[in-house]
Every structure is written in C-alpha cells, then in structure tokens.
Ligand binder design. Structure first.
Ligand code: IMP
Ligand code: MG
Length: 178
C-alpha cells in the first residue's frame, strides 16, 4: 500500500486549524467553567497533535490521559468490533471527561469509547473531534464539538496518518494517488 505513489494536497492550513482550535477552546472553557475535575482523554495515536494544541489553549485546570482503541472490520458481520489496546492510567469516576478524537468516520470507535467510559460513571463526559466525515456514518453519533466537517476523502497530517506516515505535516491534506 505504501508502495503506491501519492501526493498530499493541502485541504486545511495550519493557520486555519490554529484559529479553529482557539475558538473550540473558548467553547470548552465556557462549557466546563469552574471545574477542577477535568481530564482530557486523547485517543491514540491520531489525536496527539490536536490534544497538544488544544490543552495549551485551555485556561482551565486540566489533566491529560490517553486511550488507544483499534477498530477492525469483520467480514462476517456488519458491525465492527473495537478493541482497547491501551487503557487509561487514571480513574474517571466523578470526574469531567473530554474525549479527543482525530476523525469521526463510521462512528464505531467513538461510540464504543463513549459507552466504555460512561460505564465508569464520570460526572460529565463530552467529546471533541477535529474532523468529521458525516457522509461515512454508520453509527448515529456526533461529537459535542467538531473542528471541521469534511467530505469523504482520505486525509493525513496534524497527527493523522496514512500507513503511519504524514502525522508530522502541520496541515490537513488529502491523499491523491498519482
Ligand atoms: P471510525 O470508527 O470509522 O469512526 O474510525 C475513526 C478512525 O478511523 C479515526 O480515528 C482514524 O484513525 C481512522 N480514519 C478515518 N478516516 C481517516 C482518514 O481519512 N485518514 C486517516 N485515518 C482515518
Ligand atoms: Mg483514530
């Protein structure tokens, strides 16, 4: 797959992302005003750049934890399974939790993670996704906050990979095979 030649066409500039992250941070501050219990949970690995920028914009006391989930298709069933590869280090019972995802695509990953974490009885649980591809949705879920809605394109950059490459691009670009 990585053998196939492709180029990355810029779709959302670093400047546009930064402005959106700032605006989202103001909304999150307002929603969680007064909290001293916030844990921001990044879904590895794609959210690592977004979470780094987002928490530095947040004027709130904040803890950071990470969860790694992997979804894989099951040819025999329409529903996909999601495995937890790395769980949180900390407890979230009674805490305010903000789950940070890179992209909501079919919605299986986010809905599974939300169900899992709600079972641990946080005081409050909200979600934020940098990108949303609503046309791809199979599970009816929407993040509390979304950075950008995008069409059904395969994107990379700002933490998001194609076969583990391109996470370090400062912008979001779409993959175009040449
Ligand atoms: P979902 O369970 O289908 O919503 O899967 C979401 C996950 O699929 C994201 O967290 C990404 O890791 C991955 N994904 C979806 N679309 C893209 C893309 O365009 N580029 C890279 N990864 C993607
Ligand atoms: Mg992901």
């Amino acid at each position: 797959m990585t053998e196939r030649a492709y180029v990355v066409d810029q779709m959302i500039s670093a400047k546009t992302i930064a402005a959106r992250v700032e605006a989202l941070a103001r909304e999150i501050e307002a929603a969680f005003a007064g909290t001293d219990k916030l844990i921001v949970v990044g879904l590895l690995r794609g959210s690592f750049v977004f979470i780094a920028d987002l928490v530095r914009e947040l004027a709130l006391p904040v803890e950071v934890d990470f969860l790694e989930a992997s979804s894989y298709g099951n040819a025999m069933e329409s529903a996909r399974e999601v495995r937890i590869l790395k769980d949180l280090r900390g407890e979230i019972a009674g805490r305010d939790v903000l789950v940070v995802e890179d992209i909501v695509d079919t919605g299986f990953t986010l809905s599974h993670v939300v169900t899992l974490l709600r079972n641990r009885e946080p005081r409050r649980l909200e979600t934020i996704a940098l990108l949303d591809k609503p046309s791809r949705r199979e599970v009816p879920i929407r993040a509390t906050w979304t950075g950008f809605e995008i069409p059904d394109e395969f994107v990379v950059g700002y933490g998001i990979d194609f076969a583990q490459r391109n996470r370090n691009l400062p912008y979001i670009g779409k993959v175009r095979f040449t």
